[in-house]
Design a protein around this ligand. Structure first.
Ligand code: 6QP
Length: 480
């Protein structure tokens, strides 16, 4: 009976219809059989590409090495306990996951979505053409407990799969664009941009109806700046934006604290080639950045900024917000971070050959955790990091500053309410640490580009390149 319930969840390896829990993971019959065969001591797979081939229903037979890696990364193991002997905790989390899937399926069937944000499936037409900053995202609640994101989101693969030049053009499309999308394309009803606009220059303009954004002013009187909005409302709105785009809910991550990579799994990551691991992480990072982009778009006032300023803020600030958010996924008790569905220590990232950066990231997460911020405080702090009028290349600095002042007021407001005003100073100190971390990150990327220019150019996700830029942009960003 439980088995029938589990079957609502697709195979964690390839997404095909699952048939139950096999070797500790919900999989289809195909992946179950594959894993069983892989456990014979005579098989040795190797990947002829970059060790992160997409594994889905159609492609799962193309690379056995990557399929097995995914099985292991998802937690399949020969001696996994059978379902009947799962701990209560495991059973509960499985039930919760089944419930979420059910609910999601009900919602899809009824087409009455309380938050009108359809699960994102890029259309054929949009692939390789639409700019990557605007990809709408599936809502966080649609993700299952430990599947987190599909190992490699389909939209990213579609870019990896397309001709390098094409991806590059699409990624850089906005560079050649004029500031052609004026804010006038917001209709007076506050419903958003003209949805017929699908040209590359409409970089940040996805129809609001597809973003799950509730108009702030249901009466329809358009408000260009959030100045008239009560500070309380602004807080609520930013907190909601954070919650809706947080990639993993705090409770989900906390429920998974016991999931730690085994020695063997760590070894799989450590045995990756440098460029294979970099590419893997670049995909992960790009996922995380996409959620931050979605968060930004939901900050009141952000979308009213000029397009180029929105991009400038995201280029310089999204990585910082990713790092702020990472502190939510950090377990200070054992210094591990949530990565690929489980908790990992610094040693797992050894093949990146960026030990100093990883150590700095862990230290930062540790120090931010020490502040014991609430989700609301994290939300407001993230908005503050993003809406920064000191960023380079802003066209309308005053306007950014006006929005920033609002966000600052909102942050002070909640700190005052929480009786934690002393945090404000500590948070401003964190901003400078974030900046140094990003400089270090960019230095690493520059080093990597020198070593593996082809990998970066043809295999890194376009959004990654879009944000972290070409050589010249790296120079520019490193001087911030
Ligand atoms: C947020 C990850 C935990 C290390 C990596 C921030 C990298 O991998 C590089 N950068 C990177 C990657 C991530 C990140 O934030 C995460 O969810 C997502 N990832 S992650 C998580 C951790 F400790 O890979 O999952 C930064 C790159 Cl792409 C180039 C050069 C050096 C790097 F470290």
């Amino acid at each position: 009976m439980m088995r029938a319930q589990i079957e609502v969840i697709p195979c964690k390896i390839c997404g095909d219809k699952s048939s139950g829990v096999h070797y500790g993971v919900i999989t289809c019959e195909g992946c179950k059989g594959f894993f069983r065969r892989s456990q014979s001591s005579s098989v040795q797979y190797s990947c002829s590409r970059q060790s992160n081939c997409p594994i889905d229903r159609a492609s799962r037979n193309r690379c056995q090495s990557c399929r097995l890696k995914k099985c292991v990364a998802q937690g399949m193991s020969r001696d996994a306990v059978k379902f009947g002997r799962m701990s209560k905790r495991q059973r509960d989390s499985l039930f919760a996951e089944v419930e979420r899937h059910r609910q999601q399926q009900r919602l899809q069937a009824n087409q009455v979505d309380p938050q009108p944000l359809p699960a994102y499936r890029p259309s054929k037409e949009s692939r390789g053409h639409s700019p990557h900053l605007i990809q709408p995202l599936a809502p966080t609640y649609s993700y299952s407990l430990d599947q987190e994101l599909p190992n490699c989101p389909p939209e990213v693969h579609s870019y990896l799969g397309c001709v390098a030049g094409e991806a590059q053009n699409a990624a850089l499309g906005y560079r050649s664009s004029q500031r052609s999308v004026e804010n006038s394309s917001f209709s007076a009803t506050g419903r958003g941009f003209d949805s017929r606009r699908s040209t590359p220059e409409a970089i940040l303009s996805i129809p609001i109806s597809e973003m799950g954004l509730r108009p702030f002013d249901p009466e329809g009187s358009f408000c260009p700046y959030p100045t008239s909005m009560h500070i309380e409302e602004l807080c609520t709105s930013i907190v909601r934006s954070h919650r809706e785009t947080s990639q993993y809910r705090l409770e989900e991550i906390q429920a998974l604290r016991w999931k730690i990579f085994s020695r063997e799994e760590i070894h799989v990551y450590q045995s990756k080639s440098v460029d294979g691991m970099w590419q893997h992480c670049a995909v992960r990072l790009t996922d995380a950045v996409q959620y931050v982009v979605e968060f930004a778009k939901r900050i009141p006032g952000f979308r009213q900024l000029g397009q180029n300023d929105q991009i400038a803020l995201l280029k310089s600030g999204s990585m910082e917000v990713v790092l702020v958010r990472m502190s939510r996924m950090f377990n200070t008790e054992n210094s591990t971070v949530f990565f690929d569905g489980k908790f990992a220590g610094t040693e797992l990232f050894r093949s990146l050959a960026c030990g100093d950066f990883i150590a700095a990231v862990f230290d930062f997460a540790h120090s931010l955790c020490a502040l014991r911020l609430t989700e609301q405080q994290v939300a407001l702090f993230s908005a503050l990091v993003l809406i920064n009028s000191d960023r380079p290349c802003l066209e309308d600095r005053d306007r950014v500053l006006r929005v920033r002042k609002e966000v600052e007021m909102a942050l002070s407001h909640i700190l005052h309410r929480d009786n934690q005003e002393s945090l404000l100073h500590k948070l401003y100190q964190k901003v400078s640490q974030l900046k140094s971390l990003c400089v270090l990150h960019i230095e690493k990327l520059r080093w990597f580009r020198q070593q593996y220019p082809l990998t970066v150019n043809s295999l890194f996700p376009p959004l990654y390149k879009e944000l972290f830029g070409s050589d010249t942009d790296i120079q520019a960003m490193a001087t911030l």
